[in-house]
Design a protein around this ligand. Sequence first.
Ligand code: SF4
Length: 474
Amino acid sequence: MKKILFGQSYYLRFDPKLWAAMMPYPPLGTLYAASYIREKGYDVALFDAMLAESEDEWANSLDEHQPQYAVIFEDNFNYLSKMCLLRMREAAFTMIRMAKERGCTVILCGADATDHYDKYLEHGADYCLLGEGEETLGELLDQLSAGKEASDVIGLVSRITHHASRRPDIKNLDALPFPAWDLIEIQKYKTIWHERHGYFSMNMVTTRGCPYHCNWCAKPIWGQRYNSRSPENVAAEMKWLRENFAPDHIWFADDIFGLKPNWMERFAELLIEADAVIPFKCLKRADLVNEKTASALAKAGCKTVWIGAESGSQKILDAMDKGDKVEDIHRAAELLHANGIEVGFFLQFGYPGEMWEDVQKTLKMVRECMPDDIGVSVSYPLPGTKFHERVKMELGEKQNWLDSDDLAMLYRGPFPQEFYRILHGRVHHEFRLRRAWQKRDWRRIARTPYYLLGMLRSEMRLKRFATDTHSGTM
Ligand code: SF4
């Protein structure tokens, strides 16, 4: 059987902010693909870029395994792969070159390779898989192995083939084998987590896709579709992970966790029956949190729910086609807290039409809801979105962030770039100060004058920006 080397191009080492945070997760999407292809009978190896120092380790892995096919299959469950960071795109180009120099057939799969397959083909890739990749890859390998040209494989692009119509998505996710965890050096991850955080967290996923329409959210892999594993299948994997790797914590990387009616309740029952409860964090929409789900989440072991709150201004939520009400966000935070679950808010500034008063509403929402953590970003125009279409005439030469700490405004936002840099600090200062008092964190409380001074200065500068940029809007 032909040898296949899987890899992905997200190197934690090239993302300084997340390297410093050091909370690494193996490339789950790559592990799913490797497992699927192995089950078809291929001989599979894996290079894990997550903890690698540089692309040179990929070259070493190519030399070691001497594969016929090099498959750079991004972890499509990692939101950073969706953002197409420039440093990781460069790494993918280097990996393509290294594999071609060694005579491999090079196959790409991922959000950026779907949106910009021409760039990848120009840099030497032989094939790009568009969207969800497992079945397309399986068919491609079967045809190439049989000496065919693979010209009729759906969802595939090459320099000579363009059969880009979307392949029907995989509906029965329970039929997929569990990720190929045996190809990863789990002990390396476990040691890092224990040394840096005192516990070991692993990643899982229970769904693919999202049926909602937030107009800045890109869906190059699954489109508007949504498929879910059964609670039985997920509980069985959790039990298996527990028996084999003893994680202390799970990150469910789904866009939306537990969307199907009664899924969460059944999942909680099964975990309790199987003695497989492991504390976890997940993402959920605010409007999907009700008393029943909040209580089921707590029973299943949920410790943290991250909510894409985005804005405290209804005008901005509506402009984003978010489909949530500000009251939903308040209610979700209250219900989760009442069930002993911590709440994280993703916040987004700089959406078109956001004025100073809208920014103030977001700050007020954070004050009132008291989330336990926040993630602050600026609106990021991703190809294929309504938002991208709307601002594409205003995009500069730079159309992607270099790494996750870049936070550059890529289009002409309501305020200049500097405004958002100051705002970022301002929001974090206030949040940290409130948390310090809430948690009686005396070390941080001692820094109160520093935080207050920082907030005052930022506030003055922000107001000046607001007045200069949109005089009359305050
Ligand atoms: S709910 Fe989340 S994943 Fe779904 S469209 Fe909105 S932002 Fe995207």
